[in-house]
Design a protein. Structure first.
Length: 284
């Protein structure tokens, strides 16, 4: 069935509000046939959801949204169909988790220097079992009455512009490409529309990314069509999804079950991953 794959969703393993099981139940209600749980820098949500997906008859594609560094800025790379048991890939994700904690410690210090009453323990409490991130700091700011919403927290305090350069130890795009491809993975640049110029997208693609997230709630119809044409012209994979977080965590949540890609794009993604694994096996 065309148009019923969501390749961009989040759970409590990072900054989503639903457990993997709850997310899959919701996907079933929305009649989604294929989804990928793409939590930030962790595959715990994907691993936890595998059994439930099988039970519901939903195809669950291995996925993760990796935060990488390029030109001294953060870039989000959706990575799919990797070997989940690959040790180097697992080590990279563990390092990403540690880097997230160090980064948040620096963010908290910066917020404190602005006179905000916020502690690392409070942010950790908001993150719970999930990989820590700025939305958890935003929740603390909401709880304390500094802001009324996550969007306001980012506008006033947590955007890259407001925070300035925060030193991180995230993986570089080049290193991620090398590690992910060795693990049979396929890489797509997440939500490029609001973030990059066309020349920046071209530079990132030249580093070895396989696709573009053409379909995303932050892209209007014309932008989706424009990115899809670029992907077709440059022989890139087309990926997409709702970027669902759950319970109003993001403005994108109403798009779950609506912003999807056709399964022909999923087939292309899986075909590329299959070929990559075969080549890796031949070269070992």
């Amino acid at each position: 069935m065309l148009g019923k794959a969501d390749l961009h969703t989040h759970t409590i393993a990072s900054d989503g509000a639903y457990t993997p099981e709850e997310l899959l139940e919701k996907a079933f209600e929305k009649k989604l046939k294929i989804i990928s749980i793409t939590d930030h820098d962790t595959i715990k949500g994907y691993l936890k959801g595998k059994e439930k997906a099988k039970e519901l008859g939903i195809e669950l594609i291995p996925g993760v949204e990796v935060t990488a560094v390029w030109n001294k800025r953060e870039v989000h790379i959706l990575t799919y169909c990797f070997d989940e048991d690959d040790q180097e890939f697992r080590r990279m994700l563990l390092n990403q988790k540690k880097s997230r904690v160090k980064r948040m410690e620096r963010i908290v210090k910066k917020l404190q220097s602005k006179g905000l009453d916020i502690t690392m323990d409070e942010v950790r409490a908001e993150a719970g079992p999930g990989n820590i991130g700025r939305p958890h700091a935003a929740s603390v700011l909401i709880n304390k009455g500094y802001v009324a919403s996550v969007a306001e927290a980012f506008i006033r305090y947590l955007s890259t512009d407001k925070l300035g350069h925060i030193k991180t130890m995230y993986v570089s795009v080049e290193e991620l490409v090398k590690i992910a491809k060795k693990a049979g993975g396929v890489l797509s640049l997440a939500h490029p529309g609001p973030l990059y110029t066309q020349s920046e997208i071209d530079e990132l693609m030249a580093l070895g990314l396989d696709g573009l997230e053409c379909i995303h709630p932050s892209h209007n119809f014309n932008l989706q069509r424009s990115f899809s044409k670029i992907a077709e012209r440059d022989n890139l994979l087309i990926t997409g999804g709702s970027d669902f977080h759950g319970k109003g965590k993001k403005d994108y949540d109403p798009y779950f079950g609506i912003v999807t890609v056709g399964d022909q794009h999923v087939m292309s993604l899986k075909r590329m991953a299959r070929r990559r694994r075969e080549l890796t096996r031949m070269n070992n």
